[in-house]
Ligand binder design. Structure first.
Ligand SMILES: Cc1ncc(COP(=O)(O)O)c(C=O)c1O
Length: 422
């Protein structure tokens, strides 16, 4: 085997400075640990695609080649196929978004769209605004472009608009490149932004000349309550991201950006540099799936499963978790956010949890600034209700052990009580 003449890892200075700033993905890092037998993983964010009618899906795949011929296997334009963009227009009509194929560009997953946002908008040191906590994959994608991330805390109604306004005021007009939000069933907090906050967000974005980015992979996964209009349906200036990952399958890397046309031209250039075009086969496959399969029925069945799993998690938390812990009540989506008393460090706790046979994402991964240390993200979309209950039981034991220790120290006067504790 030929040996490399450039031993890159012995020459750290060979790498670009931006590589130093790249964040790791805790979920990807945990992949090795969670594949050990006996571990129940609440750490990932995988959809349950076991309800897909595989025979019909296979027919769609076959027809993709039979009908389109070699076009399904060829390079394509970097906007994406007009047929798939038309399909996107039909899909987003459900959310009150009225657009034409010329308003859409396809990307290889929304993850690629997030990278393009950084690529198109961010110079090192530019400010961007994110929710606290936020999607760790977005933080990872943005980090490559070396922004200053300003974190706006959330409460039960989503991003706090008083804090956002104060931050925008501090930064001045056009002082941030964009505001990134996941208004529906947020990853990781599970919170949905109220209509009042959505309206205020759009007002503030316009008042300070800062574009709003709406990332909406979970919008169709509602388990209770009434849908709230999406931001893009209220304002054509919103940059809207959608994906087939949670409504069909994430193995097809098809997603879309809907935004004002001048911006699409920039994203088109990003795509040319990053991948030339999006897989033609994946596009044709999706066109067939969304037109020939009763995908809404398939999704209804999946949503019923997710609802049962969310309920199992909420019930297990009530049953097993100590009263000092707090958690969110998601009306949809995949995740729930748990806050433990401030003396917990969930990164440290993870080793104990893994020994007990359960994995989660430590909360600090969902902040760009090291906060979230006493919180964790748990996923309920993938494991069975029985496994979820068992995972929460195991987790509660790991937590209770540490809590007992803390209480004992406290009783012995060895520790001062934390004033921020409930
Ligand atoms: C909020 C959010 N945005 C984007 C993505 C990436 O999705 P895709 O599979 O389309 O790349 C995810 C995946 O979990 C997500 O939760």
């Amino acid at each position: 085997m030929a040996t490399s003449r450039l031993a890159f890892d012995e020459f750290e200075e060979g790498y670009a400075a931006r590589v130093e700033n790249l964040r790791r993905s805790a979920v990807r890092d945990l992949f090795g640990a969670i594949s050990r037998p006996g571990i129940i993983s609440l750490s990932g964010g995988m959809p349950d695609i076991s309800s897909l009618p595989l025979d019909e899906v296979a027919e769609c795949a076959a027809r993709s080649v039979l009908v389109e011929g070699v076009k399904a296997l060829q390079y394509g334009g970097s906007d994406g196929r007009v047929e798939m963009r038309r399909t996107v227009c039909e899909l987003v009509e459900d959310f009150g978004i009225d657009i034409e194929p010329e308003d859409v560009i396809l990307t290889a997953g929304s993850q690629q769209a997030l990278d393009f946002l950084g690529r198109a908008f961010v110079n090192p040191g530019d400010h961007i605004i994110v929710e606290g906590p936020s999607y760790l994959g977005a933080l990872q994608a943005f980090s490559a472009y070396e922004p200053v991330c300003d974190v706006i805390d959330m409460d039960d109604e989503g991003m706090r608009m008083d804090l956002l306004e104060a931050k925008l005021e501090e930064l001045g007009p056009m002082g941030a490149k964009f505001i990134y939000t996941i208004p529906n069933f947020q990853n990781p907090a599970g919170v949905t932004m109220s209509l009042e906050r959505r309206k205020r967000l759009l007002e503030l974005g316009h008042a300070y000349g800062v574009p709003v980015v709406e990332d909406d992979p979970y919008g169709r996964l509602r388990y209770e309550g009434e849908p709230v209009p999406c931001l893009r349906s209220m304002d054509p200036d919103v940059i809207y991201l959608g994906t087939v990952s949670k409504t069909f399958a994430p193995g097809l890397r098809i997603a879309w950006i809907v935004c004002p046309r001048p911006l699409l031209a920039k994203f088109n250039l990003c795509l040319q540099g990053a991948g030339l075009c999006v897989s033609a086969f994946d596009q044709v496959f999706c066109e067939h799936y969304f037109h020939e399969v009763d995908w809404r029925d398939v999704l209804d069945a999946t949503v019923a499963k997710y609802r049962e799993r969310r309920d199992a998690m909420l019930a297990a938390l009530e049953e097993f978790f100590p009263p000092e812990a707090r958690w969110t009540h998601p009306e949809g989506g995949f995740f729930l956010w748990i806050e433990l008393p401030p003396y917990f460090d969930t990164e440290q706790l993870l080793a104990t949890a893994l020994e007990a046979g359960v994995a989660y994402v430590p909360g600090s991964n969902c902040y760009p600034d090291g906060r979230g240390r006493s919180a964790m993200r748990v996923n309920f979309s993938y494991e069975t209700p029985e496994h979820i209950r068992e995972a929460i039981r195991r987790l509660s034991e790991a937590i209770s052990d540490r809590m007992d220790l803390y209480r004992a120290f406290l009783a012995a006067g060895a520790l001062a009580p934390d004033p921020s504790e409930p």
